[in-house]
Ligand binder design. Structure first.
Ligand code: 2HA
Ligand code: ZN
Length: 269
């Protein structure tokens, strides 16, 4: 079957990165049923021929007006689609959308009329904010990492930076590779504009934010890097749990050792 990815290696690379990560999310048990979503700003890979492609869907409202997204293109996981299916068939379980000139609506342009993710307002609001603030970020990943979500069922871990400091102290890599830590957003209805607004506020200070009792939302320059930040955080949660299962509270690295890390790696916090 013909695809918009044919003879477009740069665009295909971005979409196949999403497929690779979707496979990891499924294998990790973080993507039950249709859980999670991924959105990538692919505007830089869009040529004149793609710009001329007609819409293959009706005009759909985003639900918010996002002035910086005028004429942008995104690859989005499809709503109700499974990560495990997207891993094998990214263009049947996701689609490319074009934001229209009113900045409040979009159309699907390729390959098939697969409706994008239910979390579209959160994802697109965040991408609008990246452009507005000049951030180099292009990818947003929402997933349900088991151990990190479990931690949000404990009030102590919802206090500012309690979970971040604990997770950083489990193994040096976590602070090095998730240097801004884990932001926390109190429980908010999935897919709502309130959740989108709260997410943007929290992304000012963090690259990964936790939606209480739901999942994480991570951003980075590409989908691999966003996934890596979630992966190191969840690795720390697993070390914490393994220690508890061995019958002790882990000591964690000392504050002095963490400061030494920050200096050696030139970390922001
Ligand atoms: O798209 O995870 O939060 C499925 C979800 C919604
Ligand atoms: Zn979710």
């Amino acid at each position: 079957m013909k695809s918009v990815l044919d003879n477009r290696p740069a665009l295909a690379t971005e979409v196949y990165k999403v497929a690779e990560i979707a496979g990891y999310l499924w294998e990790k048990g973080w993507a039950e049923r249709n859980g999670g979503n991924i959105t990538v700003n692919i505007t830089e890979h869009i040529d004149d021929e793609i710009k001329a492609l007609p819409a293959i869907s009706e005009i759909k409202s985003i639900g918010v007006t996002l002035p910086h997204l005028k004429g942008c293109y995104f690859y989005c996981k499809g709503t109700n689609k499974r990560m495990r299916d997207l891993a094998r068939w990214p263009m049947q379980n996701g689609s490319i959308i074009r934001i229209l000139d009113d900045c409040a609506s979009y159309v699907i342009i390729a390959d098939e009329p697969v409706m994008p993710t239910s979390e579209l307002p959160s994802h697109l609001s965040v991408h609008n904010w990246f452009i507005e603030t000049g951030k180099p970020y292009k990818a947003s990943v929402h997933t349900h990492p088991i151990e990190l979500v479990a931690m949000t069922h404990c009030k102590r871990f919802l206090e500012k930076d309690v979970a971040t400091n604990l997770l950083w102290s489990m193994i040096p890599e976590t602070k090095a590779f998730c240097p801004r830590g884990l932001g926390i957003i109190p429980y908010t209805l999935p897919g709502s504009n309130e959740l989108a607004e709260a997410t943007i506020r929290e992304l000012d200070d963090y690259d990964v934010v936790m939606w209480e009792k739901h999942g994480v939302f991570a951003v980075d320059t590409d989908v691999m890097a966003a996934f890596d930040q979630i992966d190191v955080l969840n690795k720390s949660a697993l070390i914490y749990i393994a220690s508890k299962n061995m019958g002790f509270e882990p000591d964690g690295m000392s504050q002095e050792q963490m400061r030494e890390m920050s200096k050696a790696f030139n970390l922001p916090k």
